[in-house]
Design a protein around this ligand. Structure first.
Ligand code: 13P
Ligand code: SF4
Length: 306
């Protein structure tokens, strides 16, 4: 393992490459990653790197977003199988049909979407800045896609915006049921329950804190409490256990795992860097339109993230 890590680090240096890893990745990937975090943080890091190669240990839409932000860099995804089941729930045609039902209403797309979908939306958001992005539009009504639950959570938090949602969802987070929260409360009465906003509304409503993967990790790090039940993907629990051994982290239920996030391992990363594959390409016209949608989000985010 150590030898493999050394080889990857040497390749990174020789090729002026940077490795970005999402916090749902297999935890050993952090050993070679330059940046580990949520989707907003990783897109911010992609936008400002001066590396020649960006290797994305994440899912396809994340690597695609990095390519759109850095068209002159080589962006690599070690395993092409790593798609996002939520992003795949809305095609360009489905987006057009959805928009045609609600003309003249601004469209906000979650970053978990394809470049084509981004190219026809007004602004992008992630789970960590969704409230701020929607507020920045200063309108009474928006279209939100593809995640219906993040959209409904935003609507509830803001209270003054009607959020019309597309019926997409994350199959991994939807495995968490409100009764799992009730059971966790009974079993661990002293614990705080931290959930991702991709969870069903009935789960988010019962949690003590709702936030992005990084927000959950920061909350647990800063809290005086010693025990936490985590209602998101297992990778977050693996990192929290590693970083804060004095605290206890309980995954809300077994198998809250995003199979697509778990494709990459260190061997794949080595092969990807060595052979410079698989390179992500985005059609130029689509990319330039999608860039506007992503850039608008990054500009709004610059003032600080909610
Ligand atoms: P974050 O923005 O919290 O990283 O979430 C991305 C994601 O795909 C969660 O399922
Ligand atoms: Fe997509 Fe859900 Fe996996 Fe996140 S956890 S990448 S939303 S399928």
């Amino acid at each position: 393992m150590n030898e493999l890590i050394q080889k990857i680090n040497k390749l990174k240096k020789d090729k002026n490459a940077v490795i970005l890893a999402h916090c749902y990745q297999n935890v050993e990937i952090d050993e070679v990653a330059d940046f580990v975090g949520d989707s907003l943080y990783l897109s911010q890091m992609a936008a400002k790197t001066d590396a020649d190669i960006i290797l994305f240990a994440g899912v396809y839409f994340m690597a695609q977003t990095a390519k759109i932000l850095c068209p002159n860099k080589k962006v690599l995804l070690p395993r092409l199988e790593s798609g996002c089941r939520m992003a795949d729930m809305i095609s360009l045609n489905q987006l057009r049909e959805f928009k045609s039902k609600y003309p003249n209403i601004p469209s906000v797309c979650y970053i978990n979407s394809t470049a084509e979908v981004k190219s026809e939306c007004d602004i992008c958001c992630t789970s960590s800045n969704a409230l701020k992005i929607v507020e920045s539009l200063n309108v009474k009504e928006i279209l939100f896609l593809p995640d219906t639950y993040l959209g409904k959570w935003v609507e509830k938090q803001l209270g003054n915006v009607n959020v019309i949602t597309y019926p997409g969802f994350c199959p991994t987070h939807l495995q968490i049921r409100p009764q799992d929260i009730d059971e966790a409360r009974r079993k661990y009465p002293d614990a705080l329950i931290l959930a991702h906003p991709e969870c069903h509304m009935t789960v988010s409503e019962k949690a003590d804190f709702v936030g992005s993967t990084t927000a959950i990790m920061n909350f647990a790090a800063k809290s005086d409490k010693k025990q936490f039940v985590i209602a998101t993907e297992k990778g977050v629990v693996d990192r929290l256990r590693r970083d804060y051994p004095e605290k206890e982290f309980i995954l809300i239920k077994d198998n809250i795992i995003c199979p697509n996030m778990k494709w990459h391992n260190l061997i794949d990363i080595y092969n990807s860097l060595e052979n410079e594959e698989h390179e992500i390409q985005v059609d130029e016209e689509i990319a330039s339109k999608a860039l506007k949608c992503i850039d608008r989000m990054l500009d709004v985010s610059k003032a600080g993230v909610k």
